[in-house]
Structure formats: C-alpha cells, structure tokens
Write a protein that binds this ligand. Sequence first.
Ligand code: ZN
Length: 694
Amino acid sequence: MKKQTIAKRGTVLLILLVILLAVSGCTSTPKPEEPAQSDEPVETGNLDNGSPWVDYDLTENIAQVKERPADAKDDLYLYANYDWLKKATIRPGFRSEGTFNTVSDEIRNMSMEVLKDKSLESEDAKMVQSFYNAWLDWDARNALGVEPVAKIIDRIKAVKDLDGLSALLCEKYLGVEHFAQFSSSTGINDPETYLYGIGPMGLFLSDSAEYSNRTEYGERREAAYRTAAEKMMAKFGYSKEETNKMMDSALALEGDLATSIMTSAESMAPDSIQRMNNEMSLEEAYALCKNYPLKAITEAWGYGHAERCLVTQPEFLKKLDTLYTQDRLEDMKNYMILCAALDNMSNLDRESYEIYVERNNAINGSTGMQPDEEVGFDLVRSSLTTPMDRAFLDKYDSTKIKEDITNICIEVVVYYREMLKEEDWLSAQTREKAIEKLDNLTINAVYPEKWRDYSGLSLDGLGYYDCIDAIGKFERDYNISKLNKKDDHELWSFDILETNAYYNPMENSINIIRGILGDAFYREDMSKEELYAGVGSIIGHEISHAFDTTGAQFDATGKLSNWWTEDDYKAFQARAQRLIDYYNTMTAFDSYQVQGNNIQKEAIADMAGLKCMLGLLSKQENPDYRVFFENFAKVWARINTREYEYICLMQDSHPLHYLRTNATVQQFEEFHQAFDIKEGDGMYLSPENRIPVW
Ligand SMILES: [Zn+2]
C-alpha cells in the first residue's frame, strides 16, 4: 500500500501492510501504555541504576565526553562512532542525522540529476520533472494563494444539516479527509485478494491514548497544531479566538472517537492482527451504522460491489455512528474545515508552507528549513513513486547491484536454514514448519521487473495544487480498481528509493531495495566483514521478522495461521518475555524508560539477524570480528533532537540506536571474545543472562 504524501496528520490504522511491514529505519508511530512488569526481572549483573550506557543518540550527552574511549569494553556504540558523533550536527529542517541519512543523501543527489536533466525524454522523466517544477514555481503558487482550499471550506461552512453533510461525504473527490478511511486492502485471512477496508481517521494528536492520558508529546503537538491553525485560518478570515474555539470543538469530537480507536501501543502489540481481523460482508458492515451514511458513501465512491469487507476497528464505526447527530454537526464541520486547511499547508502558497514547516519543527525539535529542491524530490518520490523509480533506474543502471544483492540474500537464506535446524529448543515438527516458511520466502531485491501503468495520468501544464489533486484522484481510482481482484505480487507496493528495507508477512517476502544500498550498507569494494555488518545484517534482520512475535503468526504462504505446537509457542513467548524484561530495566534519558513491549519484534529481529551474520562470518578464513562489530555499530550511528528521541523511545517499534547496537552485540560470545570483555565491563553480559530469542 502506498504511503501518503507529507500532508497527512497521523498514523492511520487501516493500512494493514504499513502496520505489519517491519521496517529497519526509525519510523514514528504513537505513544504506549506502561510496559507490563514481569515477576522475575532478568538479573544482569552490570546494570547500574537501570542505565548500562549513556544515551549518546543525544548530542548534549556526547558534548560532555572529552576523548574517545580507549576500547569498546564499556560502550561499543560510543567507541565505534565517537569521531562521527563529535562532529555531527543536525541540518536545518531535520530532526536527526545518521548513517541512514548519509545513504538517503546519496540517493537524493543522484535523483536530483534526474529531475534537472533536460535531455531526458522518457514519459516518466517528463512527468516527474513537471511535478518537481510545479512544486518550485512559487510565483504561480503565491498567485493562486489559498483559493482552492477556501472553496472547500466554503462548501463545508454552507452545510446546514446532517443530510447536507452526508451529501458532501459521498463526494469521492472532495479533497478533505473525513472520519473514516476507505480503501481496497488485501485481507488477513486471504492475503491474495483485495477486499474493502474500512478504518478510522488519523488524529491531530496522532495517538488515541493522548486523549485520555496526555503526555509532553501530546501537549507539544496540540500547541503546534493550535499555532498553525491560528495562522492558517487567519488566511480564510477567522480570528484567533474563533480558530481556538474550532480547535476545542474538533478535539472534543476526536476525544470522543479516540476511546474507540486502538492506541499506538496496542497497534504494536502482537495481538493487534487478531484484533483487526474483522472480515464481514457489506451488509454486516452497513448494519454497524444507523446514522452514519456508510452505505451511501460506499456506493458513491465505487466500493459498493465489494465481495468482502475488512473493518479493522468495528468499535470505531459504532462510536462514529452514535456521534453522527445534529447535536454534533458543528463539531464535525469544524473538524473538516481544520483538516482542509491543515492538511493542505504544504500544497498552497509560500506562507502556508512556512507555517507547515514551523509546525513540524515545533513537534520534532528541529529548526530552519530544508532546501526547497530536496523537499521537492521527497514529494516527487512519495507522490509519483513509480515514474520516479523508473526514471532513476533509466539513468542509473542497477542490474549489477540487483545481481549482487540477490546473491547475498540467497547466501543468507542458506545459512539461516542451517541456523533453524540447530534450534533445539523447538520440536522437530515446529522446526520443519519454520524451515518450510524460509524455503518459501520471496526475495525482492533492488527493483521490480513489473511496473504499474501510469498512462492514465497527465500533469501537463498543471500548477502544483492541481497536480496534487490529479494524483489524488488517479490514486483513488487505481485503489478502487483493485477491489475483489487478486494481488499481483510482481507489482511492488512501495518506493524502491526509500532508505529502508521490509519484511512483508502477508507475502512472506523480504524487500531489500535500491534506496538502502549505499555507503555503510553496500559498496562493491567492501570486505566480507563490512558487507555482513552492513546490508548482510539488514537482510538477516528482515528474514528474522518471519519469526518474530508477529511473523510467527503467519505461515509460509502469508496466511494468518498457527504453525506452532502449543509447547513450542509457549517457549517462544517465554524467550520473548525475557527480552522484553531486559529492555524494560533500562532508562534512556531523563526518567524515560525503554518500552520493551513495543520494541520486542524489532529487537528479536536485530538479535536473530546478527546471530545469522556471525554464523556466516565464522565460515570465512580468519574473520576479523572487531572490524565486523565496529562496522555494525557504524550502521546505527545517529543523533536526534531531544524531542525526536522522545518520539522514537515512546512511539517507535525499534529500539533506540545506541541500544540496537550495544544490547544486541552483548548477547554473543564472539563479541565478548573479540574485545576481551570481562565481568565488570559495561558491555559484559553473563552467558546465563544472554537472551537472543533465536
Ligand atoms: Zn525490522
């Protein structure tokens, strides 16, 4: 499922693939509940007041370190990354810097050549260039001002009653988010077929938990949205006072709906799939709503012929139905008006765009602005993914990289098979099923062989807002056209230029794409130690998602199906719980604790992936483990603003980067030996307390 452009507000739980895909970069999601405390916390022996290492993802902490540590015994992350951490600064408009940024800069610089090269003649190159130039054409954008959104706001303002609102919601191309999200989505029981997915809207405060238990993040986010709303709504003639009253009204409506929307911690929990797997007929879905015009919207938008329906959160639909009354009409109108203004800030004139940047800076602790050209590329990439990817590959032949990466993936899979065979805590029956799953793994390396048809889209002569509008309509029609049809796995549903990698449990595929294949991850002249620590550990990580606490629930064909014996699954959960408990003992910065429950899947994948690469390395002649571990640490080098570190700690399914490094490597004897780690050293973990799940 394609990701939305930068204009969207919060994480939307409808798009199952996005939730289930395991991503190796840090992507943010909303805030968690308190982690469950285990009765028997892990004895670590070296944890001093719960903080084995200082959080050097924060520049203020690294500033206090005067010299590079003499060795890696106390802190591998600091030792390997000291020089980089000391020099690194966060650029204007960014909330972090790190190895992933270095690689995405490389890809962006190459892509800028595609966007600027007037000699390129392909339809793809012409389309991405015309969109990019429309983005940069501030004269035209300023001349148009906020007029397109003013027209939408006027239409919402004119609504007098529920019938009027329902008529508006039935418009397929209204251009405003409303309360539910509709799309064709592959099923969970049958991941081969597109059914009609219905899920809740995104929220201003991003996480539904913020409406009942406000955190500093929620406070900051609300303040940032209010400031942005005051400035934007002034452009449509609203006073500050009127705007704040509208915000109060919209937040009250969201607060009532939020009680029925899963929190981000709930959506990260392993049982979230079962909770969202509510497949039903259209009639059954319609029966959930007496007031809210679900049937009319469904038919008007073109989903009325759906054979099956997936309502990810039925409680939300029921709640929405109780609120869809004349009494709440003004709240609903206020919400939609604010969405129209705030979701379009980056699509309008320069002043609106600057308000948009200010709002993001206030949320992320960033300052200043990224150059327009760079933002333009990111927009092209997210809005015109296929044409941009194809134009890139046209200019930069990547066939050799594809061959190399495919071969490395095969090498890793072959070793992984050996590794699974040796998992003697599993019964032979479960082990066989695990191996069957691995044998059926699809390797998607670098770029697809088949592409979506874009011939129906033309952006010739359009201004930026009209481009966004045309692309939005094109995407909606494409999405509707997939309903009831079989999924074509050869068409990849994501951007290959993103600096990221995925495991998709519903296809049982790993996706190691072009955008991550630079710098510390992959170069043709790398040593085996560097290669295994780089893209190797990413591949190992992604394969391991097939066997994390979510992946373990899907079988070799991508169906939700339990292939474990009861005893084996209990043993697996007990191992995962030890890992959760270990992470829960840690405090990152200030008094904020690591959320073991939220990061269990990613931590399991980190450890299993590293175990696999260490096994492969052991087969080399005279492997240099120190080089391997130092390069592994360099892959995770990163600094974050304090605000973003908080978001990563509380809302992300990945451990913080200094922990991804240190807490992962200390699980392995090879690490202790390579750096002669002894009891009393900061990196020491006694053999009985080591917890790699696999
Ligand atoms: Zn992952």
